[in-house]
Write a protein that binds this ligand. Structure first.
Ligand code: PRT
Ligand code: ZN
Length: 210
């Protein structure tokens, strides 16, 4: 029996449930329950906040998981990236106020950057020898420059509409993300076999969607 961690509610939940349904896995998920038993395939669903999925899979609390690559990279845990799932597409980007006199990455030296992704940002800054101060905030990152909490932001961008609304301009895309299937490093041979079957189903669904 494979235990699969998915986002309980949020942007990835609906498309995750749709992918599982297309693969013949149906579950009636009560709003309060943490675990749901699925029909059609020997899996249990573990319903979590997306932030907790990489660690749950790394620890083996769940055997596999569906989560944004951005969360996997941020948590920096040891998991196997099994399959890109073709939904939840977005990118993590640096953005600055429209009126900023921005020329290149050197602009960020000495600046304060607000983000919910301090680890990915810190790796990027280090790799580019930029000395900036990271302000970690968990929500409404886009308003940080307007209220004087930061000079710039590093956040998820999809259509870019939110940046425009907040008078910000995307200047550097750092990570391309989408929903990915991840697996625990130490799966048993039986579980690995179940995972292979599930992957086969997922692949044909993703390919047929084009
Ligand atoms: O409650 P839980 O912790 O599980 O959920 P959450 O609130 O942390 O995450 P959630 O549900 O908002 O997003 C889950 C995942 O969806 C993210 O980790 C990304 O992998 C993916 N994703 C895809 C996005 C977006 N697109 C996206 N646009 N996550 C967030 N956004 C935000 C973006 O930051 C901006 O504020 O949506 C807003 C609109 O974006 P624009 O550019 O289209 O205007
Ligand atoms: Zn989250």
């Amino acid at each position: 029996m494979l235990r699969i961690a998915i986002q309980a509610k949020g942007r990835l939940n609906e498309k995750t449930m749709a992918l599982l349904a297309d693969a013949g896995i149906s579950a009636s998920v009560g709003s309060r329950s943490l675990i749901a038993h699925a029909k059609g395939f020997p899996v249990d669903l573990l319903l979590l906040r997306d932030d907790d999925i990489p660690q749950a899979v790394a620890m083996g609390t769940a055997d596999i998981g569906i989560v944004g690559l951005n969360e996997v990279e941020e948590k920096g845990v040891e998991v196997e990236r099994v399959l890109d799932l073709g939904f939840g597409g977005c990118r993590l980007s640096l953005a600055v106020p429209r009126e900023a006199d921005y020329k290149d990455l050197g602009w960020f030296d000495g600046k304060r950057i607000a983000t919910s992704y301090p680890e990915i940002l810190s790796r990027f800054l280090k790799a580019n020898s930029i000395n900036a101060k990271i302000h970690t905030i968990t929500g409404s990152v886009e308003i940080a420059p307007a209220v004087g909490m930061a000079d710039a932001i590093f956040d998820i961008v999809s259509s870019g509409g939110t940046l425009i609304q907040n008078g910000l301009v995307e200047v550097k895309s750092v990570l391309d993300s989408q929903a990915v299937l991840i697996a625990s490093p130490g799966l048993s041979a039986e579980k690995r076999e179940e995972l292979d079957k599930l992957c086969f189903r997922f692949r044909s669904i993703i390919e047929s969607r084009g």
